[in-house]
Design a protein around this ligand. Structure first.
Ligand SMILES: CC(C)(COP(=O)(O)OP(=O)(O)OC[C@H]1O[C@@H](n2cnc3c(N)ncnc32)[C@H](O)[C@@H]1OP(=O)(O)O)[C@@H](O)C(=O)NCCC(=O)NCCS
Length: 174
């Protein structure tokens, strides 16, 4: 399949792009509905994430993934650990590549760009019901860090899964 990595850009979403991002989140929820048995509300939409805080709080970073000037996904990045609340730790809160762009290196290029743009300690979490995501992150983080990452099981009252932890601070940008 054609490799699209060279034409992928991951850039901050403007506040004007919030409605577009909300629509992309809706598609992301639709994908998740298969794994987590989510239903739509009476208006036919999922109870989507509240995105307004992403333009209010300086520790939240909304990004759109663009391929050849078209939206191809998004990344929601936090500068605070979701597991411990520690600030200064980057957390990949949500990450999505639209189906038509998958398995062409788009997610990999976007993840590398995120790690390049936010230098420091990272935590990337996956729920156990999404083993494909774990396969993806192991591959991408393994390559980015040259295998220098830890993977730890996590079980909280809200979710069960794994977290990969690593630091991009000392790594050369790829
Ligand atoms: C997971 C996801 C981001 C992958 O994006 P992508 O653009 O298809 O990934 P890439 O093409 O860059 O894949 C890079 C490598 O990751 C691994 N990988 C990708 N998708 C995978 C899958 N479904 N299962 C197992 N490994 C996978 C492969 O090693 C792949 O390399 P290869 O294609 O040469 O074998 C995408 O499928 C997606 O958005 N899924 C729905 C949302 C989601 O699960 N987000 C993550 C939440 S933690």
């Amino acid at each position: 399949m054609e490799h699209l990595a060279t034409v992928v850009s991951l850039r901050p979403a403007t506040e004007d792009e919030r409605p577009a991002l909300e629509n992309l989140v809706e598609l992301y929820c639709y994908d998740w509905s298969e794994l987590s048995h989510l239903d739509v509300r009476e208006d036919g939409r999922f109870a989507a994430l509240e995105l307004a805080p992403y333009w209010r709080d300086d520790w939240r970073h909304p990004f759109v993934l663009v391929v050849e000037e078209k939206f191809a996904g998004f990344a929601l990045i936090l500068e605070r650990s979701t597991l411990t609340g520690t600030s200064g730790v980057f957390d990949m809160a949500e990450f999505f590549v639209m189906r038509r762009y998958r398995r062409q290196g788009v997610g990999r290029a976007a993840a590398f760009s995120a790690f390049d743009q936010f230098r420091g300690p990272w935590e990337v979490r996956q729920r156990q019901e999404n083993p494909a995501a774990t396969g993806f992150w192991r591959s991408v983080i393994g390559e980015y860090t040259d295998g220098r990452y830890l993977e730890t099981p996590v079980a909280t009252t809200e979710w069960i899964g794994v977290v990969q932890t690593f630091s991009t601070r000392a790594m050369p940008q790829i």
